[in-house]
Design a protein around this ligand. Structure first.
Ligand code: SF4
Length: 65
């Protein structure tokens, strides 16, 4: 599966980084989400689904293969 992040929608809460820090980071300037990888392996899949479900702004989206 893949994940997409919309930086126009992100409010920089950091929840996703806390939940899946191998996949998400925040930039130093505005704290907006940065995808470390768009491809999500099995090891990170549950954490990424959790991050997507709990993103307060709805900036994250799963793209199933
Ligand atoms: S959880 Fe959502 S709003 Fe918060 S930093 Fe991640 S993408 Fe942005």
């Amino acid at each position: 599966m893949r994940v997409a992040a919309d930086r126009e929608v992100c409010i920089g809460s950091g929840n996703c980084v806390f939940t899946a820090n191998d996949v998400f980071d925040q930039d130093d300037d505005e704290g907006l989400v940065v995808l470390l990888t768009a491809e999500v392996g099995p090891r990170d899949a549950d954490a990424v689904r959790d991050a997507v479900a709990h993103c307060p702004s709805g900036a994250l989206r799963i793209i199933e293969d």
